[in-house]
Design a protein around this ligand. Structure first.
Ligand SMILES: Nc1ncnc2c1ncn2[C@@H]1O[C@H](COP(=O)(O)OP(=O)(O)OP(=O)(O)O)[C@@H](O)[C@H]1O
Ligand SMILES: [Mg+2]
Length: 385
């Protein structure tokens, strides 16, 4: 039987190992063509964008499934860490109920490890996420507490930090009458930060780790603090390991997935997490072997850096003019067609996307493959009895 034609993105050669099956070519008449595969042997910065409900989280889930399905000899080089702000990915340990026959796929549960802050754990299979206080900076604390670093509160906090970075001890070191005292007490009561904690548990070779932050729905500062300290610690761990590694792997290469990335990287909000992700991960992540996958409804909010640093853009249906224009203004020379024209070719099909790939300097219209594990991001049904 002749071998099926396939296209690779993210890599120029046609090598056989380390490929993630993303989907198939989508023709104008809706028919499906050759398979499209993404390279995993090189670090990548991937932006998935699109309007609400057109497949961003679903596509992110496909990439996570594919990483989990790599043979262990390849997978052991990596670990995936998924920042899950809506609890969308925590159901991947169940097989999908969708019919996958047309694609020749079988439902499959994905072995994931679930983490959540201790106060948000509601089932026995979730492990506690603890943030090492050693990975927090003075500025992280300021953002967390909502105080100005150069203001009165900042000075008070800085004085207290002469002794320790432990939340409880900091609370003890500031005046009991100070508003910061009350806030530090509240932060300590969450049990989220600890001097003894470390992120090492996440760095298990070949593991898929879902960090469920859905319990902090209304607290962007807390989520930013967690992601900033996590992203910085992972960056440091890989930079350090890269120096020592010779012929083997001490710390797995990290694939960090962030859904709803505008929550952390809104250029107008200037959050600490956004700074780490842009400066360390996007600009300098290639050498330490860090891959970043971001998904957002609002690519225009992420700022020019994200669009220009991404080496692969997966764009689902997009209609807001600001967002389409942001993509159009970042359009590489090899994309001959204006972005609005390319997007209009997608129609309203969920899961259809344009893939713009720097490595092969090409772009393709694809249909992302269906999920094999359960997707937790669908709309809830309305029950009418
Ligand atoms: N590749 C696909 N194949 C089949 N169905 C899909 C595909 N992609 C998305 N869908 C369908 O579209 C629905 C919405 O997708 P998804 O949850 O990824 O939206 P989203 O873009 O993340 O939206 P939001 O911005 O609201 O988070 C899914 O529940 C699924 O039913
Ligand atoms: Mg989503």
């Amino acid at each position: 039987m002749p071998e099926e034609k396939r296209y690779l993105v993210g890599r120029r050669d046609d090598g056989g190992e380390g490929l993630l099956f993303l989907g198939r070519y989508l023709a104008l008449d809706g028919s499906l063509g050759a398979g499209v595969y993404l390279d995993v042997l090189k670090p990548h910065a991937i932006l998935i964008c699109g309007k609400r409900g057109y497949g961003k989280s679903y596509t992110m889930g496909v990439l996570i499934e594919e990483l989990a399905r790599l043979p262990f000899k390849v997978r052991k080089n990596f670990c995936a860490i998924v920042v899950d702000t809506m609890g969308t990915f925590t159901r991947m340990d169940k097989p999908s109920m969708e019919c996958l026959k047309e694609w020749g796929l079988e439902p499959e549960a994905i072995p994931i490890r679930k983490f959540a802050p201790r106060s948000h754990i509601h089932s026995g299979d979730v492990m506690p996420l603890e943030i090492p206080t050693g990975s927090l900076s003075f500025y992280d604390y300021c953002e967390l507490l909502g105080i100005e670093p150069l203001g009165e509160g900042g000075a008070e906090l800085l004085n207290a930090m002469g002794e320790s970075f432990e939340v409880e001890e900091l609370a003890g070191a500031v005046e009991a009458s100070s508003p910061i005292h009350g806030m530090l007490r509240m932060v300590a009561s969450w049990g989220l930060f600890s001097g003894k904690a470390s992120f090492d548990g996440l760095l298990e070779p070949g593991s898929i780790n879902i960090i469920d932050l859905s319990g902090y729905g209304h607290e962007p500062e807390v989520k930013s603090c967690i992601v900033a300290s996590l992203a910085r610690a992972l960056y440091d761990a890989r930079v350090e390991a890269r120096r020592r590694e010779e012929g083997g792997r001490e710390v797995p290469l990290v694939w960090l997935f962030i859904d709803e990335a505008h929550m952390f990287m809104d250029s107008g909000a200037d959050l600490r997490a956004g700074r780490v992700l842009t400066n360390e991960w996007l600009r300098q992540g290639r050498q330490p072997g860090l891959s970043l996958v971001l998904a957002t409804q609002r690519p225009s909010a992420l700022g020019k850096d994200v669009l220009s640093q991404a080496d692969l853009i997966v764009c689902h249906r997009l209609t807001l003019r600001d967002d389409v224009e942001a993509l159009e203004s970042a359009r590489p020379a090899y994309v001959k067609e204006p972005v609005p024209d390319a997007i209009s070719r997608l129609g309203k099909e969920r899961g259809a996307a344009i893939v713009i790939d720097d490595a092969t300097e090409s772009y393709h219209v694809i249909k992302v493959r269906p999920r094999m594990s359960e997707h937790g991001g669908g709309e809830p049904p309305v029950y009418i009895d």
